[in-house]
Design a protein around this ligand. Structure first.
Ligand code: DOR
Length: 310
């Protein structure tokens, strides 16, 4: 059916669900498992760096009732590994190549290699990793973000989106949207984890992950309102040809519906995918279609971005 579909940079997606980068996407086997699910529209690779990285010391991930905290530190098999995977044929299902940016020169070097490769799909530039010690989240620095994108679009001609951190102020939504609207971006992906939260276990009187004395990115159910605010705020501000991948706080079809109502074209799932595994996607699609049936919607086009306000 085409009740659930999306288009980003003229690439068609059958279905609207994806993994959030970082979850179930570090190996080719995990990526293949995602693509094999009929309920998954696309798979996003783990954000890659020039060199292979083992990531931060463990434990670097912890789940609690309301969500998760992570300080993985970009463990990945290296850029070449993922470029090789996305360059293979995946029987018509699009794949999204996520590229990290440990430094401006490295990010630009990797994107040049994407530009020079045979890969014709969508690349997503991660400007929002909160977990590498000494490397602030790029997209909280508006000037640097503008500068990087200016350099990148001098040579990059393929579909390119950016993964953004959550913003919490209208001045920041305005400023970032003004910057993004200056470039031919395929999409934004909002949001990355809420950076540098601290989960405290009262019984042990301790933090729960090892890196950065327990500070890490928050994900899962508790970040839903922040994720929806970012999707909505950017949908209201960005050029209509910049599409939105909504990420954050999805645990059931209801939150998928809410993301679409706020303007998401695709919806991706991290913490709950980590918790439940790939079977989650069938449940999410089933629940979304049930809600649409009850409301009498044939296609997501009938309610996408149509949030009512008072
Ligand atoms: O929460 C996150 N964790 N966001 C990222 O962008 C990277 C990841 C990690 O590897 O630390």
């Amino acid at each position: 059916t085409n009740r659930l579909h999306a288009t980003i940079a003229d690439i068609n997606f059958e279905g609207i669900l994806a993994n959030a980068s970082g979850v179930h996407c570090q190996t080719k086997e995990e990526l293949a498992e995602l693509l094999a699910s009929p309920y998954v529209a696309t798979a996003v690779t783990k954000s890659s760096t020039k060199e292979v990285r083992t990531g931060n010391p463990k434990p670097s991930y912890y789940e609690f009732e309301q969500g998760s905290i992570n300080s993985m530190g970009l463990p990945n098999n290296g850029f070449d590994y993922y470029l090789d995977y996305v360059s293979q044929d995946h029987s018509q299902k699009p794949v999204i190549l996520s590229v990290a940016s440990l430094s401006m020169t490295e990010g630009i070097e990797l994107l040049k290699r994407v530009q020079d490769s045979d890969f014709q799909g969508i690349t997503e530039f991660n400007l929002s990793c909160p977990n590498v010690v000494g490397k602030p989240q790029v997209a909280y620095d508006f000037e640097t973000t503008h500068q990087i994108l200016t350099e990148v679009f001098k040579f990059f001609k393929k579909p390119l989106g950016v993964k953004l951190p959550p913003y919490f102020d209208f001045a920041h939504f305005d400023q970032m949207a003004d910057i993004l609207n200056q470039f031919p971006l395929s999409h934004i992906n909002s949001v990355n984890s809420i950076g540098n939260g601290l989960y405290v276990d009262v019984e042990t009187e301790a933090s729960v992950i090892k890196p950065k004395k327990g500070f890490g990115g928050l994900g899962g159910a508790m970040i839903l309102p922040t994720a929806l605010a970012n999707v909505r705020a950017f949908r209201e501000r960005l050029n209509p040809d910049i599409k939105i991948i909504g990420t954050g706080g999805v645990t059931s079809g209801e939150e998928v519906f809410a993301h679409i109502l706020c303007g998401a074209d695709l919806v991706s799932v991290g913490t709950e995918l980590q918790r439940q595994g790939i079977g989650l996607f069938e449940k999410l699609q089933h629940e979304l279609l049930m809600i649409m049936n009850e409301k009498g919607y044939q296609s997501i086009d009938e309610f996408k971005g149509q949030l009512k306000t008072m």
